[in-house]
Design a protein around this ligand. Sequence first.
Ligand SMILES: [Fe+2]
Length: 334
Amino acid sequence: MKKEMLPIKSELKSRRIKFDVPQNTISWAFMKELRENNKTKRIYKEINPYVEVYQFRDNLYGLFTENCDGMGDVWMYLIIGPDKAMLIDTGYGLGDIKALCSHLAGGRELIVVNTHDHFDHAYGNCRFDKVYCHEYLVPYLTNQHSHMWDYLFDYWGDNIWLEFDRSDLPVWREYQIIGVPDGYTWDLGGGYEVELIHTGGHAAGHAAFLDKHNRILFTGDNICSDVSGCGSVGAPGAQGPYAECTLLSYYRDRMRLLVDRIDEYDYIFPQHFMNNVEASVMPNILEAVSAVVDNPDCYDYKVETWGKMRDQKNVRYFKYVRGFSVIAYNINNK
Ligand SMILES: [Fe+2]
């Protein structure tokens, strides 16, 4: 039976051509209801026609943008502090995200941070002069270059996954990348603190951000109501500096720390799909991750796919998280 994903009414300048994989039904229902009926939604068409702005708290905006490739659509978050504002992730940079943030921040100084380096979270960095991240992420961000958006277009220059104007992507320019250690804390004014917490898992230099005023933990791509890809078993799935941080065992240890600190936050805001998820989900995620680390064969189901040349089998294993979604992992020594 074909999986249905009924279209979501949208006034964005972008238009979906296709997704690579069907999205989780519950996540899709949440996004359809939010995007079609939420009363705070606003598109600042004259500044950036590619972003829907939602107000989730008095001083917190969710900036929704469609993913330029075939994966899940993306959240960026803007916290407005008393003196300074903080933007968490920059998407693909489609449309003038800098001008939009400046407008919403009412002239406050803007601090830009990344959860991780992947296309849909950090390709808009070059619209800004300076970006902060965990120190392990720096070598990955320095790999960015002027052709990194080319894969979004086919041989004839047409969009593959999402219809948009190529001229609305950023023009590549160098920017300052500042790596900070685990626990680094910014003051947005008047003692309004946001702390970086290194998590690894989904990417070696992946970090979460704890907004201590709103008691919100921004968890990047490690927690997702669709599928949480938060590490592999056996050997790291990724190559590169600090690759061992992408092991599920490393992530389990960082999750344990986040569960130990659960009294410091009430809600989880992931970078894709459902947000405002109650923090009570954290021990359940830790339980699932720990079970897999102890016994990688305790998965609930697996999905086999073949590479583009149909010569290489990839097996992804899935484990349910009580009351939530699934974690997905590869067993790399199998
Ligand atoms: Fe992502």
